[in-house]
Design a protein around this ligand. Sequence first.
Ligand code: G6P
Length: 610
Amino acid sequence: MCGIIGYLGKKPIVPVLLEGLKRLEYRGYDSAGIVTLSNGKINLVKQAGKISNLESLLAERPINGVAGIAHTRWATHGVPNSTNAHPHTDCGNKFALIHNGIIENFGAIKTDLISKGHEFKTQTDTEALVHLIEEFYKHHMPFEEAVRAALLQVEGTYGIAVVCSDEPDVIIAARKGSPLVVGHGDGENFVASDVSAIIDHTKQVSYLDDDEMAVVRRNGIEVKTISNLPVQKQVEQVAFELGRIEKGGYDHFMLKEIMEQPSTIKDAMRGRLIKDEGIARLGGMHEVMEALLNAKRFLITACGTSWHAALIGEYMLEEFVRVPVEVEYASEFRYRDPVIEENNVVIVISQSGETADTLAALREAKRKGASVIGICNVVGSTIARDVHAGAYLHAGPEIGVASTKAFTSQVTLLALITLFLARHRNMSAAKGAEIVQEMAALPEKVEKILGLREQIKKIAQLYHMSNNFLYLGRGYNFPVALEGALKLKEISYIHAEGYPAAEMKHGPIALIDENMPVVFIATKDSTYEKIVSNIEEVRARRGKVIAIATEGDEEIGKRADHVIYIPQTQQMLQPILTIIPLQLLAYYIAIMRNCDVDQPRNLAKSVTVE
Ligand code: G6P
């Protein structure tokens, strides 16, 4: 979602800010803007649409300065036009402010300020905040105090950066619910919503916590609480390399990330599989080990693709650990007053570690006394820091909005947790060893499936003009059907639905005719015979069948219009293989429809508003 970068230093400011914004593009946005400070005034340029539009405008109306802030906006309040784009300014054009999050009580603040003579230019919630700062400043509060006083009146969430033309050597940043990081440079300092925006310049960062405020100057950064108490922040070294957030020769981040999966799956398992004993080791779980081993019920909560991984986790844990598992969308969990009892463990799954609903669900679970473990990808993210214990995916930055490699790593992590717990309960060493062996073989099998790209491209060619798609699977492959359909709709804008194959008869079958491609995930497993019957039902209605099947299954070739053969594996690990062709199918279809696969319309990578 919205992205923030701010810079104070000696480098030419506009390139630093624009490059930073480009690194944030992947989060999803619909307008962009920049402000710099020079000669006691603010220079503001903003534009609807892509950053390239902003760049063109800056070429016509060049600006410079030594301090500046820039923003990519994902519209919540007010249409995505250049007026509503951030930064926002006050009546006197003294302050400029960028904001991620939502100011829930902006209406009341705005009404009050209008009665005091303020004139509003935009439809946004954010503008109220900049006028409020102006109001306090007019009453002789210093800049920092005015920002603090204004923030104390705000209900809702924010990550902000604000500048004042009277103080060109300061950027004030503050956080409540929306991530912010400050970057420490040599004679230059940064603020950003995401480290990728500043990684070109510094790897030394401090993550702000909620209710903290940073006063960023060229030669130092002072962090305080919103109520003005000093805070000693740790300076952390960012681990990832710039190359990991570049396309590395691929046309799109999404394809690069799909192709990375043999190594990301290996990285998720690195040091965690113990072959000889047939067990998994989970280093980051010490804090909750007792709770984990004694768990009588698991609740898994997440959003989007991570929620699909959670569903697979439910199947795994129930089959092998034999404890009840409930999976719930984080947005429902947080407002439903969920029942959490003694010996319940909550697992939250989030690639970004910043999804607002997942974060709120995690806090609700903690409030109710549950032990909460996290499965996150982004190191140092809010969710990763808030949980009692957890495990990282180590998949490296995922830039494509449609999640691919994070999904397979999440499922891998859930398999490790399952193995770990099952071996502590009643799984035999022999079964454990079998699973370990199969897990270790996954990267090679994924590599083999990636080699089917040309075949999948040909299938995409045949169906890329279809208006609807149905994805069907059973058991472990039912969540894969949901995820396959999600991938397609996210990036190609084709209407696609995933269903448990047997449910087809309760509705979707009405849609089937010769124009409906139906993707069956029909691997050789305990439900194979059933799914073959479902294929027949679709064929009888002239639907087109694309089957994902197990190598050597010749029968299916006689029934389906197209078969993509994948290697055999343990049933519980199948989703890690079966999703790969579906990711590729969605990718090629979207490319053939000329869609922007890395930044699909209206979607955001990190959904920091509820
Ligand atoms: C957004 C992204 C999805 C992602 C979901 C949950 O919708 O576009 O790709 O699955 O958020 O995100 P999280 O970071 O919590 O896994």
